[in-house]
Design a protein around this ligand. Structure first.
Ligand code: SF4
Length: 259
């Protein structure tokens, strides 16, 4: 018990130090991105699955230009939604998903798409409410709650997941969904957005999926997965990173991914 507590505190300390070092490296941290309406944010997260930011932005703009309101999207035929979002990719999967999510919200929320009531709920309840919607998992729920409603929810994408594993903030056998709860419990609520921003940036620029640039990494001093030329020589492996103790998948397994 005591041992677990001190491990937890040590993890909190390490995370807080990493945020501080990475904030110096990549800062200043820009203001949190916010869409005006949480339901718009939710639809945007569906459009952003398995596509670039540019494509999802294009698809969202086209969707709103075509229908003007999400209420009209909810009552539109699926094929018309599909045409409107075709520039974003995977329109055949995303159009029925958007339609069924909006329809279910209207059913559950007295015919309203206003999700601002979630802000008044305890965080866990608000997450559960969103996760009952088809195809919405912890990452999409976290994006809506944190970016649109300003709640201290974690939204773990592939970069945050990979960097957290490599730095040992979560064990290698923890899946991405479970990682949300674990990291939410150890990252200070005020640090959730800085954690999000710095780990994504670090994952994109330095701690890359295939070839992490450990030699220029600002947090290498406290990283159990650091590449070691000496170790690679000893083990006679071509890629020393593959000999690291933590196994990191290169894809982000989640039920939110369109099949
Ligand atoms: S030392 Fe290497 S593996 Fe560790 S966080 Fe830095 S880039 Fe990633």
């Amino acid at each position: 018990m005591q041992k677990n507590k001190s491990r937890l505190n040590r993890n909190k300390e390490r995370i807080s130090t990493a945020i501080s070092i990475l904030s110096d490296e990549y800062g200043p941290i820009p203001p949190e991105p916010r869409r005006l309406e949480p339901c718009h944010e939710l639809v945007f997260t569906i459009l952003s699955q398995h596509t670039s930011d540019t494509n999802s932005e294009r698809a969202f703009t086209s969707l709103m230009k075509t229908f003007k309101t999400l209420e009209k999207v909810a009552s539109a035929p699926v094929n018309e939604i599909e045409t409107a979002i075709s520039r974003g990719g995977l329109a055949k999967i995303k159009a029925p998903r958007i339609k069924s999510v909006l329809t279910m919200i209207l059913d559950l929320n007295q015919n309203s798409l206003d999700l601002s009531f979630l802000r008044e709920m305890p965080l866990e309840d608000a997450k559960s409410w969103l996760k009952q919607l088809p195809g919405i998992g912890p990452k999409s729920a976290g994006i809506v709650l944190s970016f649109s409603l300003g709640m201290p929810a974690m939204a773990i994408d592939t970069h945050i997941y990979r960097v957290s594993q490599r730095l040992g903030f979560i064990n290698g056998n923890i899946n991405a969904d479970k990682a949300h709860d674990i990291l939410e419990a150890v990252v200070d609520p005020d640090d959730i957005y800085p954690f999000h921003f710095t780990l994504i940036t670090h994952g994109r620029q330095v701690c890359k999926a295939k070839n992490p640039l450990c030699e220029i990494c600002a947090v290498s001093g406290d990283c159990p997965s650091i590449k070691s030329t000496n170790r690679s020589k000893k083990l006679k492996r071509k890629d020393p990173y593959n000999s690291a103790p933590i196994v990191v998948p290169h894809t982000y397994p989640t039920e939110e991914s369109p099949k």
